[in-house]
Design a protein around this ligand. Sequence first.
Ligand SMILES: N[C@@H](CCC(=O)N[C@@H](CS)C(=O)NCC(=O)O)C(=O)O
Length: 218
Amino acid sequence: MSKYQLISHHLCPYVQRAVIVLTEKNIAHERTYIDLGAKPDWFLNISPLGRVPILQSGSSVLFESQIIADYLDEITLGSLYPTDPLEKARQRSWIEFASETLKAIGSFYSVSDSESFEHQRAILRDKFLRIDREITGSYFEGERFQMIDGVWGTVFRYLDVFDRIENFGLLENLDATVTWRESVSNRPSVASAVPKGYAGRLEQFLQNKNSHISRLLK
Ligand SMILES: N[C@@H](CCC(=O)N[C@@H](CS)C(=O)NCC(=O)O)C(=O)O
C-alpha cells in the first residue's frame, strides 16, 4: 500500500490540482474515486467538510486542495513556486482567483435562462480579461511550469468541453491566455490528471444539469 491515498472524484478540478503536483513531483500514491451523490460513511467520517480531495498519509488526513498541493510541494525537491516571497504571494493570490473562476464556471453551466447565462458569461469573461494582463510568457511567468500553471490547467479543461458546444468568446482577443492555455494543456502532468472517459462524463454531467447549457448541448 502506498504512503499516500488520494480520495478523488472523476470530475473534480480540485482533485486534479493535487494530482498534478503528485505527478510533477513523481510521488507514488493510490487514488480512490467516490460517488459524491452517495458519499460512503468511511468518507464522511474522515472528511470534515464532506468534500474531495482528501490526502491520507498513515493516520493523518489533509483536506483543501491547495493545502494538499503545497504540502506535496514542500516535502519534495524543486519547488513549484518562485523563491521570492512577494512573487510567491502574488502567484498564490492568482491561485485563489482560479478558485473564484471555477465558481464562476459553476454558475455559467448551472443557470437556466438565457439572460442569466449571458450575465454569467460576462462575469466569466471578465475573469479571463483580468488574468490575461498578468501573463508574461508561454507559462504564467516565463517558461517555467509552476504551481499556478497546473491550477489554471484545471480551469482551461472546462473550456475544451465548452468549445465543443459553441464559441462563447470567453478568450476572444486574449492572445496571452490562448498561448498559456495551450502550453498548460499540453503539459503531461495536466493532460493526464483526469481519468479515462473524462470528457464524456463531463458532457453527461452538463446534460443532467437541466440548465441553459444543457439545452445548447443537445
Ligand atoms: N475548497 C475545496 C473545494 C473542494 C470541492 O468543492 N470539492 C467538491 C467536488 S469538486 C466536493 O467534494 N463537493 C461535495 C460537496 O460539497 O458535497 C478544495 O480546494 O479542496
